[in-house]
Each structure stands twice: as structure tokens, then as C-alpha cells.
Design a protein around this ligand. Structure first.
Ligand code: F6P
Length: 390
């Protein structure tokens, strides 16, 4: 098994010889493989390195409100194949948490809980938001290590996140099933997949499922170009089409609007203007949620062909993790225990090529990894005749 090559120096710790106390939490949207990671980390930490391991419930909320569970042998057993997370999760942020209807900065409470339990380190298992929150806690003085999970596969500095492979299988199976009903009715079927602002899930499930059109956030689309691609199929005798759309995909006009909103936010010369620009951007994304409904209507109108929409939604996050996700999550978890043993903190474990690397949190947090428009799989899709709507 490949090892971890560290980019950091060992951090001096006077308690080097004492058993370490480790806390674990899962934060952000759940995904398949979280329990495999908790099990890998917990078992390796306890049984191999003799550490004491406790869990915090419901993400950073459990840390702020001191909701804990002992991760003993019984808790860590029999969970490898279970979906979800035995620790529960939430999208709560330490610095902006809703407590009794008020938004409060709970960072001090989090730090107090950490010290109350005499923790040597905290492991945060999560997606992009979690990396940012973990960095804030590292800056507040806590020893933090993170593991990258999300079905979106969009965390910077890592080639893979666990959860992605299972979601890819679920989305691909859905596309396979929709093919037969699309054929029977000679319809266009639009399949909306998750992925937040990145198109990894749409691109890979679209290619695996043989989609005729794939729409990604990274390649703004033109409805007329999609309709033209479908008409060409019809002319060549193909009476159905499958369109896979990432939830974050946008038309050219929408992409232009977002670009202007982002520029307004980045160039804002006062706090007030920045807040207004951020609100406008948030409103755009809130309203964008229904975009595949509009796309369905537009395509039906432009092609004259019956068109239906299937939104896969949270189905993609539920259930048993794939073998690949179990293996990857176990590898990350067990290597994380080794990293803790060496007192390396302020890092995320990342897959780069075929090796796990330690990436400073500051390099991973606050960035997203999108599909480069010249990605080889886009070229590959185009070569088999797939339209990307551009
Ligand atoms: O980040 C994972 C993800 O499933 C995204 O694909 C999606 O945009 C989002 O979470 C959905 O969030 P929620 O769980 O809050 O509905």
C-alpha cells in the first residue's frame, strides 16, 4: 500500500509518550463511506496506536454544545457497509451557528470543549465547507486534521473524495434505466445530477451512461445548440435522447450574469456593497435551483419532442458505499491515525496520483476543484458524438 509523504515538519509536543486523545466529527452533507472512514480511523487509532477516541455528534454543533459519544470497539464494529454517518452531521459553522434563533460565534465554546476533553487533535471529515471551518479552528489554536469526502469530488488539492464513486454508480444506473423508458416513448429525458458548482458527477455518469448531451457548470450551454444536436439525432433515425445536467450547469446568459455578480462582490469598495453583492449572488443561486425545469420546457418547445425531467437528488448520497469508496475511506482513516501518531496537524490527507499526501489546510480550504474544459474526458465525450451544449 502506498505511504504518506509528509510536507510538514513534526510538531514538538511534550506529551509525546502519553496516549493521545482524539476527537472525530463528520460535517456537511453526508455521503457513502463516512462510516468506513470513522471505522478505519477509530480502529487504527485505538487498536494499533493505543489512542483514546471520541466522537462529536452532528458536525461542529456537537463540538460547540459538547455532544459526545465514546467510539469504543462496539461502536466501531459492523459499520463498514452502512451509508450515512453514525456521528450525524450538519452544515453548522463554528463561527456562525444558529443557537436559539440567534446566529452566534461559537468558536470559544468549541475551543473550550476541545480542552475540556484534553484532546490532542480533532479530525474533521467533510467537504469544502468543512475544510474552511477546520482551518478557522486551526487558526484558533486547535490541532486539526481533515479527510476529504463529498459526492461532488470538488475539493481542491485532492484527485478524489470518497462518496463520489458510489454516487457515480447510482447516477449511472439511473441513466441506464431511463434509457429504456426514453426509447419506448421516443422522448427526451433530462437527468439532473448533483455536484454543486462542479461537473465531475455529470461528466462521468454522462459518459458511463452514454448520454447524448452532458451539461456542466464549467461549460455554459446554449439551448439552441442542444436542440440542434437532438434534431441531428432525430434526422439520423434516433428517436430518443438522454440529457445529463449538473445541478450547477448554466446557460451562457446565466454564466455571464454570475460573472458580473462575482466581479461586483470582489470589487466592492465597502462592507455594505460587499454584503449587497453577496446577497445578490446568493439570490441568483437560490433561484437557479429550478433551472432544469425551465430547460425541460425550452427543449420541448424547440424540438417539438415530448420531454421529461428526472431529478436524482439525495438518492445519490444514500445507501451502501461502493467497494471503491469503502477501500479509499478505510485507507484515508487508517493513514490519518498514522499522521496523528506523528503529531502532524493543520493538514488534509489528499490523494494525488496514487499516493496520499499531506496538504496544508490553507491550500485546500476556500477553493473548489472544477472540471477543466480541456479535460481528456470531455474530449473523449466529444469524440463519441456527445454534445456539451456549447
Ligand atoms: O455537497 C454535496 C451535495 O450533495 C451537493 O451535491 C448538493 O448541492 C448539496 O450537497 C445539497 O445539500 P443539502 O444536503 O443541504 O440538500
Amino acid at each position: 500500500m502506498p505511504g504518506v509523504r509528509s510536507v510538514l515538519e513534526l510538531r514538538p509536543n511534550e506529551n509525546f509518550t502519553m496516549a493521545q486523545h482524539i476527537g472525530i466529527l463528520t460535517s456537511g452533507g453526508d455521503c457513502p463511506g463516512l462510516n468506513a472512514a470513522i471505522r478505519g480511523l477509530g480502529k487504527a487509532a485505538r487498536e494499533h496506536y493505543g489512542m483514546h477516541v471520541m466522537g462529536f455528534l452532528n458536525g461542529f454543533r456537537g463540538l460547540a454544545q459538547d455532544q459526545t459519544v465514546e467510539l469504543d470497539g462496539a461502536m466501531l464494529s459492523g459499520i463498514l457497509t452502512d451509508g450515512g454517518t453514525i456521528l450525524g452531521t450538519s452544515r453548522d459553522k463554528p463561527h456562525r451557528m444558529n443557537i436559539g434563533g440567534k446566529e452566534l460565534d461559537m468558536t470559544d465554546a468549541v475551543v473550550a470543549t476541545y480542552h475540556r476533553h484534553h484532546l490532542d487533535a480533532l479530525v474533521c471529515i467533510g467537504g469544502g465547507g468543512t475544510q474552511k471551518n477546520a482551518l478557522r479552528l486551526a487558526e484558533a489554536g486547535l490541532n486539526v486534521v481533515t479527510l476529504p469526502k463529498t459526492i461532488d469530488n470538488d475539493i481542491a488539492m485532492t484527485d478524489r473524495t470518497f462518496g463520489f464513486d458510489t454516487a457515480l454508480q447510482i447516477a449511472t444506473e439511473a441513466i441506464d434505466r431511463l434509457h429504456s423508458t426514453a426509447t419506448s416513448h421516443e422522448r427526451i429525458i433530462i437527468v439532473e445530477v448533483m455536484g454543486h458548482r462542479a461537473g465531475w458527477l455529470a461528466m462521468e455518469s454522462g459518459i458511463a451512461g452514454g448520454a447524448d448531451v452532458i451539461l456542466l457548470p464549467e461549460i455554459p450551454y446554449d439551448v439552441e445548440k442542444i436542440a440542434a444536436a437532438i434534431r441531428r439525432r432525430t434526422q439520423s433515425g434516433k428517436r430518443f435522447s438522454i440529457v445529463v445536467v449538473a445541478e450547477g450547469a448554466m446557460s451562457r446568459d446565466e454564466a455571464y450574469e454570475v460573472k458580473a455578480l462575482v466581479q461586483a462582490r470582489d470589487k466592492a469598495d465597502s462592507k455594505q456593497r460587499r454584503l449587497e453583492a453577496k446577497d445578490a449572488l446568493r439570490q441568483f443561486h437560490d433561484e437557479h435551483v429550478g433551472h432544469t425545469i425551465r430547460l425541460t420546457q425550452d427543449l420541448e418547445q424547440q424540438t417539438g419532442q415530448e420531454t421529461r425531467l428526472t431529478i436524482l437528488g439525495h438518492l445519490q448520497r444514500g445507501g451502501t458505499p461502493s467497494a471503491a469508496d469503502r477501500v479509499f475511506a478505510t485507507w484515508l482513516g487508517t493513514e490519518c491515525a498514522a499522521v496523528l501518531e506523528q503529531r502532524k496537524y493543520g493538514v488534509m490527507l489528499a490523494l494525488q496520483g496514487s499516493e496520499l499526501q499531506l496538504v496544508p489546510l490553507a491550500e485546500a480550504a476556500g477553493k473548489i476543484r472544477q472540471v477543466p474544459p480541456d479535460h481528456p474526458l470531455i474530449t473523449s465525450g466529444r469524440r463519441v458524438g456527445t454534445s456539451f451544449g456549447d
